[in-house]
Write a protein that binds this ligand. Structure first.
Ligand SMILES: Nc1ncnc2c1ncn2[C@@H]1O[C@H](COP(=O)(O)OP(=O)(O)OP(=O)(O)O)[C@@H](O)[C@H]1O
Ligand SMILES: [Mg+2]
Length: 324
């Protein structure tokens, strides 16, 4: 070993052939055992080094851990050890994984670029999701870490959210409903101030972590709106607004308001407000609506307003007296 550089947790060093390797400090205090790992493969080396002494004698220099680019092209995915499936969707599988460099647990959304029924490259969808997510910075939105493109797949590395989906959580913890609703409304309001509409708000995309806080995932349908009207039909039928179902022009935020209204109805009655698309188009709530107390009913009514321009905004919903 020619030289050794010390970071708080990671060591980088040059081998005699000039290649750079990376090592991780495994123990604390002055005597350290290090595990040398290159991308993909880890080789255990037990080296006892008196770090404080070597630093004092200027033999080791503290440096920042190596930065890896956020968007990369590779021939195959390396550097992560995959484990169980966390969820599957229409176009992807999400797996738990460990970053072999940092030991951080992450979630990796894996998408096949091509499918038999379409010649379209799904990379553009995954890239748009990653771009939007990387521009958002909010404690209740899952953090984007990096995206790796290979010839056949796209891997989107995300913060791992340990927990459960919103509906399961509030069924077990009904007293948390107001807190989580407020987090949902104010986080989506933050997205709207950044010009981003989520467009697929539903409990499966709303996770609750082990601290009982909301994390919004799945920005695969999100869009950046610039004032021009959009008319792409999108969302999940039970949660989609009448104008989204009909493919009428819309701005973006009002779609999220509607879906949040459906989620609120579901959280408070354990049923969906609309039995089918035809009921959604007529604004016909199911008979469980009679269970709603006056304040909840008023809030649901504001969010499930049939006229998009008169619909309650999520800023208004987050400030509603019901949330206090
Ligand atoms: N960061 C994460 N941590 C833990 N679980 C996650 C995370 N991201 C997603 N999941 C789980 O994986 C499921 C599927 O992920 P996601 O919703 O992003 O994919 P999808 O519905 O297929 O998306 P799309 O429709 O955009 O392809 C989620 O419903 C959730 O249960
Ligand atoms: Mg999803």
């Amino acid at each position: 070993m020619d030289s050794l550089i010390l970071a708080p947790l990671n060591l980088g060093f040059f081998t005699q052939d000039g290649s750079r390797k990376r090592a991780r400090v495994e123990t604390t205090r002055s005597l350290k055992k290090v595990k040398v790992s290159t991308f993909g493969a880890a080789v255990e080396h037990e080296i006892n080094i008196d770090v404080e002494d070597l630093c004092a004698r200027n033999i080791l220099t503290p440096v920042e851990p190596l930065e890896r680019p956020r968007f990369t092209k590779q021939s195959m995915l390396t550097g992560y050890k995959m484990s169980e499936v966390l969820g599957t969707g229409k176009t992807c599988t999400v797996r738990k994984a460990v970053d072999l460099c940092t030991r951080q647990t992450v979630a990796i959304k894996i998408m096949n670029r091509y499918c038999e029924s379409s010649m379209e490259d799904m990379f553009t969808h995954a890239e748009r999701e990653a771009q939007l997510l990387s521009e958002l910075d909010h404690p209740n939105i899952v953090k984007f870490i990096r995206q790796i493109e290979t010839p056949t797949k796209v891997y989107t590395v995300l913060e791992y959210v340990q927990g459960t989906d919103l509906q399961t959580y509030v069924t077990r913890n009904p007293r948390e409903t107001k807190k989580l609703f407020k987090q949902l409304a104010s986080t989506l309001d933050y997205c709207h101030t950044q010009g981003v509409a989520h467009r697929d708000v539903k409990p499966q995309n709303l996770l609750v972590d082990t601290q009982g806080n909301l994390k919004i995932v799945d920005f695969g349908m999100s869009v950046r709106y610039h004032g021009q009207k959009i008319n792409t039909s999108c969302g999940t039928p039970s949660y989609a607004s009448p104008e989204a179902i009909m493919g009428r022009n819309y701005n973006g935020p009002e779609l999220d308001s509607w879906s949040v209204g459906v989620v609120l109805f579901q959280m408070t009655t354990s049923t969906l407000p609309f039995a089918n698309v035809s009921d959604t188009l007529q604004g016909q709530w199911n008979n469980q609506a009679s269970q709603l107390c006056k304040e909840t009913r008023e809030l649901v009514q504001g969010l499930l307003c049939m006229e998009p321009t008169l619909r309650m905004t999520l800023r208004q919903a987050a400030a509603a007296a019901w949330c206090r």
